[in-house]
Design a protein around this ligand. Structure first.
Ligand code: R5P
Length: 303
């Protein structure tokens, strides 16, 4: 039997995954409380002995708390006799700090990978920020860690909803998403070159010339955090004659109330995200691709 456990950040997604996995799957709730001194007290409200436990938890909101809940829930499930623990982290945090940018900085991506490596057996995540580290294997070593992509879903969404589209990757890193999305929806694609002066100050310029006059521009990025990247890309698209400018983020972090900033900027016709992080802008559901991956793994582990 497979047991799906939500740790709070992705409850709706967890129920959809459980439904998608069908009758051989049950949902078990976990109660998270605290002692008077605030030590965490976690309790499984159902039996996980000899079960394959699937923990579902996005790392947003609150990446630190999410990581510690995952550690307790994963190691706790094993204490209680679970056969295996798979973490489904639709959004995996800490991936952007993948090198030491300043002396003395901790490489968070490596720490996170080590921590997960000791508590979960398998990891499935959606479009992790693989940039300088290119493959999951380079970060997670021998652990069974798999990245799946929301690109096909985004491509189909754009194809169904909009016409006369130009897909824009606001920087080189996002070009991998933009190019695939454009090829699925059969539209033109370009990439901007981004210079980041600080966390909150970026500038972009167009590298590959594409006619944007009268076009419906769709900016595609893996992460929308403070929103500055998207705002600058939108400004540039309007200045090149775009008719509408939308953005689609796989992971809508919307840090520091970025969603209000995006609205106030008046530069975005619409802001759309996948449901890897719960947000009112969620329009693209990733539960189907996660279920498909879980089923694929189950099949291949039986062979
Ligand atoms: C950068 O490497 C990512 O792909 C995103 O472009 C970036 O994280 C967006 O950040 P912000 O919204 O803060 O500009």
């Amino acid at each position: 039997m497979v047991v799906v456990v939500s740790l709070g950040n992705s409850s709706l997604l967890a129920s959809r995954i459980a439904r998608g996995l069908g009758s051989k799957c049950k949902v078990v709730r976990v109660k998270v409380g605290a002692f008077p001194d605030r030590d965490m007290l976690m309790r499984y409200l159902g039996d996980v002995r000899r079960q394959e436990v699937i923990l579902v938890q996005s790392f947003q909101p609150n990446p630190q708390k999410s990581l510690s809940l995952i550690q307790f829930a994963a190691l706790g499930a094993k204490q209680l006799g679970a056969k295996s623990v798979t973490l489904v982290a639709p959004y995996l945090a800490y991936m952007r700090q993948d090198k030491m940018f300043n002396p003395g900085e901790v490489i968070s991506a490596r720490v996170m990978a080590k921590v997960l490596g000791v508590c979960v057996d398998k990891l499935i995540t959606v479009d992790p920020h693989l940039h300088r580290v290119r493959r999951m294997k380079d970060l997670f070593g021998s652990m069974d860690a798999r990245a799946i992509s929301a690109n096909p879903l985004i491509g189909e969404y754009v194809k169904k909803k909009f016409r006369n589209v130009v897909v824009v990757g606001p920087d080189w890193e996002s070009f991998q998403w933009a190019r695939e999305v454009a090829s699925i929806c059969g539209s033109e694609c370009t990439v901007f070159e981004k210079t980041r002066y600080s966390s909150r100050n970026v500038k972009v310029k167009m590298m590959k010339q594409v006619d944007m006059k009268g076009k419906n521009v769709v900016i595609v990025d893996d992460i929308i955090s403070t929103g500055h990247t998207v705002i600058e890309a939108a400004k540039k698209s309007w200045s090149l004659g775009a008719k509408t400018v939308r953005c689609i983020g796989v992971h809508g972090l919307f840090a520091e109330n970025a969603i209000s900033k995006l609205k106030r900027s008046g530069k975005l016709t619409e802001v759309i995200s996948c449901n890897t992080i719960v947000h009112p802008s969620n329009k693209i559901d990733v539960s189907g691709i996660i279920v498909k991956e879980l089923k694929r793994r189950k099949k291949s582990s039986k062979k």
